[in-house]
Design a protein around this ligand. Structure first.
Ligand code: ADP
Ligand code: MG
Length: 417
């Protein structure tokens, strides 16, 4: 869905297209309509799914459309780093809109207190604050919240983990009762539900379930150079009769053919599925696989997507999927359902480490990395240093967005070119 279709104001659309956002992320698609309608909201989604824009864009839309004065919006966040980062994102989103913002956080020099105090007295439209520092300012009488309309608790689970429950309660006590409250979080612990129950009014709830990989699925990754990949596969399936059904995914047709050839040469019952085959032939291959006449199928990512096969014992990603959504198992629920047991292995070469690391961030868990057996060769060393660096350089672009691929494609109407 484009942001245009979500009905956002032109000024906001211009800013986000300038920032390189093309399509709304899933959590944005789910959350924005509720917020536009004025409802309280609880939204859960993993880190890196675009939650800031999910709450900020519709709030900015309202601020642009409805004249107001004084501080209208308060965003409470757990850390100084997040306060700074989110306030910067807001400046980006509000680039063409007459909206002011300020970050309020502790831990800096005394100068910061003064400049934050000034900003607060100037009644910035949007305040992004950590709980402790905000309370100090409230206690000193530096903040006026009587015109507050929007309250956002970002990373709510983290704030509770960090022991901010009482601080948040105290802040909530001084805020006007009539306002729209949005709670964003990666998870939904009981304490958060309690807080929501006490302070949100008939909230809508949305969540994106990409968090936990299936419990019964053992996941691991091999660090392996391309020239050792085929031999590693032979090694992995040799003498393992318990792996009755095996799927190997590869991103290119050429690799599919190569893998099939080499497995055949070793005497395995194997068939390939790629665009070389007619639709009907593909069906036949899949049917033989389902009937366990074929032990191994090798398929390109694209053609294999969504195929429904039960009880696969081993999935091998011959390459790191380009699209994080294709990573086994959470997005291949058909093949490896939540109750499935099995093994999912990904082969990672040096060039793919960064991509794999962003998949790990997206699914919120770190996958165990293994070296290839010494008799095959030496594994490249696990390195992802470039990730951190790149994110830093791309604060305002979509470079940090782990979902980027998924939203590329058709540039919306909002694009200024
Ligand atoms: P979260 O709060 O869920 O961890 P963020 O809101 O910080 O995620 O967003 C992560 C990154 O994705 C940011 O760099 C942001 O600019 C980018 N981003 C957010 N939404 C989109 C989108 N629709 N298209 C492209 N990039 C996006
Ligand atoms: Mg966030």
């Amino acid at each position: 869905m484009t942001f245009d279709e979500l009905g956002l104001d032109e000024q906001i659309l211009n800013a986000i297209s300038y920032m390189g956002f093309e399509k709304a992320s899933p959590i944005q698609e789910l959350a924005i309509p509720h917020i536009m309608q004025g409802r309280d909201l609880i939204a859960c989604a993993q880190t890196g799914t675009g939650k800031t824009a999910a709450f900020m864009l519709p709030v900015l839309h309202h601020l642009v459309r409805n004249p107001h004065h004084g501080t209208s919006t308060l965003v409470i966040v757990p850390t100084r780093e997040l306060a700074i980062q989110i306030e910067q994102q807001i400046q980006g989103f509000a680039y063409f809109a007459p909206v002011s913002s300020i970050a309020v956080y502790g831990g800096g020099s005394g100068n910061e207190w003064e400049s934050q105090k000034k900003g607060l007295e100037g009644e910035a439209d949007i305040i992004v604050a950590t709980p402790g520092k905000l309370l100090s300012h409230i206690n000193m009488g530096n903040v006026k919240f009587k015109n507050l309309r929007y309250l956002i608790l970002d990373e709510a689970d983290r704030m509770l983990d960090m022991g901010f429950y009482d601080d948040i309660k105290r802040i909530l006590d001084v805020l006007p009762k009539k306002k729209q409250t949005l709670m964003f979080s990666a998870t939904m612990p009981p304490k958060m539900r309690e807080l929501a129950k006490a302070h949100l009014i008939n909230p809508a709830e949305v969540s994106i379930a990409i968090s936990k990989p299936s419990e019964g699925v053992l996941q691991a990754a091999y660090l392996v150079n391309d020239n050792h990949k085929t031999e590693l596969i032979h090694h992995l399936i040799k003498d393992k009769p318990s792996f009755e059904s095996i799927i190997i995914f590869s991103s290119t047709k050429k690799d599919v053919n190569g893998i099939v050839r080499s497995l055949k040469a070793k005497g395995h019952k194997v068939e390939g599925i790629s665009s070389d085959l007619e639709q009907k032939e593909r069906e036949e291959v899949l049917n033989r696989f389902r009937a366990r006449q074929t032990r191994i199928i090798v398929a390109t990512d694209v053609l294999a997507r969504g195929i429904d096969i039960k009880d696969i014992n081993l999935v091998i990603n011959y390459n790191v999927p380009n699209d994080a959504e294709d990573y086994v198992p959470q997005n291949r629920k058909d093949e490896l359902r939540a109750d499935a047991t099995g093994v999912a292995l990904t082969l990672i070469n040096e060039k793919e480490m960064r991509q794999f690391s962003s998949i790990e961030k997206l699914i919120g868990s770190e996958i165990r990395k293994l070296n290839i057996p010494a008799e095959i060769g030496i594994s490249p060393e696990w390195k992802t240093g470039r990730v951190a660096q790149k994110s830093e350089n791309n604060k305002h672009r979509s470079g940090k967005f782990r979902h980027k691929k998924k939203y590329s494609g058709d540039r919306g109407k909002a694009s200024k070119g």
